[in-house]
Design a protein. Structure first.
Length: 414
């Protein structure tokens, strides 16, 4: 490859780069805040590189990019791709190292900690976050507003954090169980990004205390609101990658669902069955990848068999044309439908996560679990799945109406 020409065209933006050999096999995956600057360092200062990287560069023929909106997003995407693709020259990131989470025990006075969970836990887990240092810094700021315990061992005596006003010393019962749990509730809401709900609730409480002439308590709540607003100004709002990580962790998906495809069927009284495929990339609709299908082998109102037909057609084409595969499939239905779709995918050689969203209670079903997963209605992850389902339904219905209109025009012309 012509290195000078290539580097001129490289973007000055954050992202992930995939280095490949002449057969397009991935040799190395890396991330950068500025792709152009990072790649220049490989070619203009090779003496400073590790020996294995210099050997890798001799095999290099192609470099692909995946642009990201931030270095944080690039970090998460890099980790996910390394674990998924296991490039030959990546030594770090191929193990089971995970990102930090906040763990909250279910004790009478819950204890908060930063953890990298390896197994299923009975505790409440919130995350993941990209930096343990930044997470601990944020927790310290939150503790100064809503104090809570982070003691690793149960103690019967207040520690230094109590005198620093970071812990309310539940070990000495210097706070009631109800008050302490209220602090934990506020912590969870802050970490979940529910700024508006928290602020409005605190303002209502402040005005209520003022009406009761409890001015000292009202001033404390006012200070909490001001402190939170300062904290929120310093913290970015929840972004697409965070939503995808929530979805992955909530449902136990194999891969980060960067590319999600939704399928739906439309017919009226069993006539003229059509199917739709909608595609979302990093939570955004990618309309260039939408596809329409006329169902060929199914007659009558059999949405179940129709979905299976269009899925098989879609993935046989992916295989024959070597197209990119989605990370998650969304269909309308419960566990039986999802299990059948999963089996159909395996028949054509694909092992991809598939979920169903049942309309009646808006519960999510997995192929290997008869029990539904009921995410909160305000969950961003759930709202994304609902958006995919609704868009697939809209697109299928639009196609069906188009064919009906075309058929009516043909009749009128006769």
């Amino acid at each position: 490859m012509d290195i000078k020409t290539f580097l001129k065209s490289a973007p000055n933006s954050p992202g992930v780069y995939l280095m490949k050999d002449g057969d397009r096999h991935i040799l190395y995956i890396g991330k950068a805040a500025n792709l152009k600057k990072r790649l220049k360092s490989y070619f203009y200062n090779q003496g400073a590189l590790e020996p294995k990287i210099r050997i890798m560069l001799r095999q290099l023929e192609h470099i692909d990019f995946k642009l990201c909106v931030s270095e944080t997003e690039a970090l998460i995407l890099e980790s996910e791709l390394i674990k998924k693709l296991k490039p030959k020259y990546n030594t770090l990131g191929r193990d089971d190292k995970s990102f930090p989470w906040v763990e909250i025990t279910k004790d009478d006075f819950p204890v908060v900690s930063v953890t990298r969970p390896k197994t299923q836990s009975d505790s409440i887990l919130i995350g993941p976050f990209t930096s343990a240092y930044l997470l601990r810094t944020a927790l310290k700021a939150i503790r100064s507003i809503f104090p809570f315990s982070m003691c690793s061992k149960k103690s019967k005596k207040a520690c230094l954090n109590y005198f620093l006003q970071l812990c309310p010393a539940p070990c000495e019962r210097k706070i009631t169980r109800r008050q302490y749990r209220q602090n934990i509730k506020m912590l969870i809401r802050i970490l979940q990004g529910k700024q508006k709900t928290i602020r409005n609730g605190l303002l209502r409480r402040m005005h209520s205390l003022s009406k009761k002439q409890e001015y000292e308590d009202a001033a404390l709540v006012r200070d909490q609101v001001q402190a939170l607003e300062t904290l929120w100004e310093e913290q970015p709002s929840i972004g697409p990658t965070s939503i995808l990580w929530q979805l992955k962790s909530s449902l136990g998906l194999k891969r980060l669902p960067l590319r999600i495809e939704g399928f739906d069927i439309s017919n009226i009284a069993g006539n003229q069955n059509v199917g739709s495929l909608v595609s979302f990339y990093k939570t955004q609709a990618d309309k260039s990848q939408y596809r329409r299908f006329r169902v060929k082998t199914v007659s009558g109102a059999n949405d179940y068999q129709s979905i299976l037909e269009i899925l098989k057609r879609r993935f046989e084409r992916i295989k024959s044309e070597n197209l990119d595969t989605p990370d998650l499939i969304v269909v309308d239905g419960g566990q039986p439908q999802v299990s059948a779709v999963s089996r159909a995918l395996k028949e054509v050689g694909f092992d991809i996560d598939c979920i169903g969203l049942a309309k009646k209670k808006e519960q999510i079903y997995l192929a290997d679990n008869p029990k539904p997963i009921d995410l909160p209605s305000d969950s961003k992850a759930k709202q994304l799945i609902q958006q995919v389902r609704n868009e697939a339904h809209r697109f299928a219905l639009k196609y069906h109406r188009l064919l009906r209109k075309k058929k009516m025009l043909e009749k009128n012309e006769k």
